[in-house]
Write a protein that binds this ligand. Structure first.
Ligand code: FAD
Length: 358
């Protein structure tokens, strides 16, 4: 059986690894690089690790696993009748096709956007690193985890870092939690401009509704756009992302989608952790085992040296369990938690909440 995977990100590569014995696996990837770690890009920009450490698997590794890796090949169309994937490097026949095309960075839509970089790929990271080393300072737009990781690492590396975010709080969390994260990052040297809307950019800085913020290097890190175009072009149903059910099936027979390109129950995963979890579930399904994917939001981050875990539903009624653990309730039951600092405790709590803590 031929399994063709489009995309060599964490979702695609995990699936290929898990099924390399059961299937004849081919990965089609438009970039000309083996798999690299996006979560480590801000560490690389900060100078904490050399570029080669971003690559967990060598080309030899793919070969030894029997995985065919087609690099520099962009998937253009799924010809569902002929069961063939049409790519820029020719046609690839499949029995099962998995779309794991991920997402791209959301572009700012303000005048002068050409003066603002985005961060998603290694080539974006190389460009930001080169500019940063020249300028010595950076202005980051966004208040999500990518913006905070980048801000934390670059401040820790000694660069001047400003973070501009249109909301009052970070990561969509409540005032108290957001305040604790802000404090930790301020301690690392990040300068915050919250409730500040970017109105335009030029070569020297950023125009905002709270005045002009000087700084030549500006990076936008506020949100993602799922890469659903391959599916849409091929008549596969999509909303914000490619629509899948709890078996990760798309609307087309023998075509599945996982990771940042997939939308399940109105939600886009948005993390490497979710992409890998979905790949593991799909590997079981394709190997003929009983499995389904139950969405459960849980993400672990490090901003400078400050650990933050966001587990389950983190809105509504809440109380502090201890000074670093805020627990959320829904209908009298624990529905989620945010843990600051101690990630071992966070892993224990994640397991307990998944298993249904009273
Ligand atoms: P991707 O990793 O986006 O991979 C998709 C691949 O498909 C890409 O290589 C792309 O080139 C390829 N592709 C797209 N279209 C085509 C096509 N038509 N033909 C062929 N190939 C195609 N997540 C965490 O869990 N923790 C973190 O700390 C974290 N930090 C992050 C920091 C940064 C700077 C960034 C950018 C992301 C971070 N993430 C983090 C998010 C995480 O990297 C993504 O959620 C994850 O990579 C999604 O995996 P994926 O396999 O769905 O897609």
């Amino acid at each position: 059986m031929r399994l063709v995977i489009v995309g060599n990100g964490p979702g695609g590569v995990e699936l290929a690894k898990d099924l390399s014995e059961e299937f004849e696996v081919t990965i089609v990837e438009k970039e000309n690089l083996p798999h690299y770690s996006k979560p480590m890009l801000s560490h690389y920009i900060a100078g904490f690790l050399p570029e080669e450490r971003l690559f967990p698997y060598s080309l030899d590794w793919y070969e030894k696993k029997g995985i065919t890796l087609l690099l520099g090949a962009e998937a253009k169309l799924v010809d569902r009748l002929r069961r063939v994937l049409v790519t820029s490097a020719g046609e690839v026949p499949y029995d099962v096709l998995v779309i794991a095309t991920g997402a791209r960075a959301r572009e700012p839509s303000i005048p002068g956007r050409e003066h603002i970089l985005t961060l998603r790929t290694l080539s974006d990271a190389r460009l930001i690193k080169e500019r940063l080393e020249k300028e010595g300072e950076i202005t980051i737009l966004g208040g999500g985890f990518i913006a905070l990781e980048l801000a934390g690492n670059l401040a820790k590396a000694g660069y001047t870092v400003r973070l501009v975010h249109r909301r009052k709080t970070l990561l969509g969390l409540d005032d108290e939690l957001s305040g604790r994260i802000k404090e930790a990052l301020e301690g690392a040297g990040v300068e915050f401009h919250l409730e500040t809307n970017a109105l335009g950019a030029d070569g020297e800085g950023l125009k905002t509704d709270r005045g002009y913020i000087k700084g030549r290097l500006k990076v936008c890190a506020f949100g993602i756009v799922p890469n659903k175009e391959l599916a849409v072009r091929s008549g596969i149903h999509a909303g914000r992302g490619i629509l899948v059910d709890d078996h990760l099936r798309t609307s087309a027979r023998d075509v599945y989608a996982i990771g940042d390109c997939a939308e399940l129950g109105g939600v886009i995963g948005g993390t490497a952790k979710t992409a890998v979890e979905q790949a593991k579930v799909l590997a079981r399904i394709l190997a003929g085992k009983e499995a389904n994917y139950v969405p459960f939001r849980s993400a672990f981050f490090k901003f400078a040296d400050f650990g933050v875990a966001i587990i389950g539903r983190t809105k509504g009624q809440a109380q502090w369990l201890d000074e670093d653990t805020r627990v959320f309730y829904d209908g009298g039951k624990v529905s989620g938690a945010v843990v600051l600092g101690d990630m071992k405790k966070a892993f224990r709590l994640e397991k307990a909440i998944k298993e249904g803590l009273p």
